[in-house]
Design a protein around this ligand. Structure first.
Ligand code: ADP
Ligand code: MG
Length: 282
């Protein structure tokens, strides 16, 4: 699969190309999901979904409430077993492996509702993630080094006394991101990172995801409801409805798809299209 042509500047395109690695690696998808299905009793929450994530890509995963976005993340990250289908990370099947094994293979996720260790400081929260999520065993000092690096990238304090207590919604979302990054993932699944944030915080969070991709070469799947912000950042997008994939492609095309407008965008479609036109104009 080739990289989509959505980079807005040549510098960005160069960074993305570098993140993609050698041509042989770039030609196979980093993550390939095929026929993914998850049933809960007689109810099918994710229904035969197939998509790919290219190296260096930011893929948006959108759809109405209850369409199966978080369940898709939960199955990919190993919290739920797939009922059917395959999930390949760098060509190797990870479907059905445990969350900790999948994390160590290089796939980290953030949760829609952050649940940090509240009695531990920010640094220890991120250090635990780094220690247990590292692809190869590392010692405590190395885990702390990775934790500090992740907290710095995200813009959270990393001195030993910085605690979780004072964090607002934006801070908790940031910590969630820092914990995921401390595991040094190749793929990051970000679930509703903007919920509860104000306009400025949302813009910063979107910028942060972009930096995580540009500076760390992390490929990202981003579930988000705030379309205006999401569309400014993603390269490509996949749309779910009732557990099925109903559209896939570049943001400009997907937001004009009559079915996507009918089931999801509704009267917001125009605004999102304008947002995209503004992005294209630089
Ligand atoms: P989204 O993240 O797109 O809002 P979810 O993936 O959370 O949607 O949910 C998809 C559907 O699956 C919903 O109808 C939800 O109620 C159902 N569902 C999710 N998790 C479970 C579960 N553990 N048990 C039963 N039903 C579930
Ligand atoms: Mg959800």
């Amino acid at each position: 699969m080739t990289l989509p042509v959505a980079a807005s500047t040549p510098a960005e395109a160069a960074i993305r190309f570098a993140a993609a690695g050698p041509a042989t690696a770039a030609s196979s998808p980093l993550l390939a999901v095929r026929g993914l299905t998850r049933r809960f009793g007689g109810f099918t929450a994710v229904d035969g979904v197939s998509f790919e994530l290219a190296r260096g890509e930011i893929l948006g995963l959108i759809g109405p409430n209850g369409s199966g976005k978080s369940t898709t993340f939960n199955v990919i990250a190993g919290l739920y077993l797939p009922s059917a289908g395959s999930i390949r990370l760098e060509g190797e099947e990870i479907g059905g492996l445990s969350p900790s094994v999948i994390c160590r293979r290089g796939l980290a996720r953030t949760f829609q509702i952050p649940r940090p260790f509240r009695k531990l400081g920010l640094r220890d929260n991120a250090t635990l993630a780094a220690f247990y999520g590292a692809p190869r065993p590392i010692d405590r000092a190395e885990a702390e080094r990775r934790a500090v690096e992740a907290l710095e990238l995200i813009g959270l304090p990393h001195h030993r006394d910085a605690g979780v207590a004072g964090l607002g919604a934006a801070g908790l979302k940031k910590l969630e991101m820092a914990r995921a990054l401390a595991t040094q993932p190749k793929v990051l699944l970000a679930d509703e990172s903007l919920g509860g944030l104000d306009e400025t915080e949302m813009a910063q969070a979107a910028q942060m995801l972009r930096r995580i991709r540009d500076e760390r070469g992390v490929s990202i799947i981003w579930v988000e409801h705030i379309m205006g912000v999401l569309m400014r950042v993603i390269d490509r997008c996949v749309v779910l409805d009732h557990g099925q994939l109903i559209a896939e492609g570049l943001p400009a095309a997907v937001t004009r798809d009559p079915r996507v407008i009918e089931v999801y965008l509704g009267t917001d479609a125009r605004e999102v299209q304008d947002e995209l036109a503004a992005r294209a104009a630089g």
